[in-house]
Design a protein around this ligand. Structure first.
Ligand SMILES: [Zn+2]
Length: 122
């Protein structure tokens, strides 16, 4: 994987992450989001459970919040992979994922072939 390509992807992921964090803060101001991408998001769920009253209040926002949190996790995984030097490797077959695919969807963790196989199985 080319360094320039990785840098570009990382830049896009960070920009996307900033947008997501703003969106999550807007949707659910009670959720704590760490600034660092290596934050432990397992505490997100706990906080929601503890503040049931707040959760009920924002009921309609919960699915959106989950969606955003999930997107944030995907971005953080990708950023971690870039930092670890494992970015762009298919988690199933361990082959490099096509750059065009990563360009289209920077958080991809599987190659086109594996994705196809999985989709057909579903
Ligand atoms: Zn694969």
């Amino acid at each position: 994987m080319k360094i320039a390509f990785l840098k570009e992807i990382e830049e896009r992921l960070r920009t996307e992450r900033e947008k997501l964090v703003l969106e999550i803060r807007r949707v659910s101001p009670h959720v704590a989001i760490a600034d660092a991408f290596d934050a432990d998001y397992s505490t997100l769920g706990d906080k929601e459970d503890e503040s049931a009253g707040v959760a009920a209040e924002i009921g309609d926002n919960l699915s959106l919040e989950n969606e955003l949190s999930s997107a944030l996790r995907d971005i953080d995984s990708a950023l971690k992979a870039i930092a670890a030097g494992t970015y762009g490797t298919c988690k199933y077959c361990k082959q490099l994922i096509d750059e065009a695919r990563l360009n289209a969807r920077p958080t991809s963790t599987s190659c086109v072939m594996c994705k196809k196989t999985l989709t057909q199985e579903l």
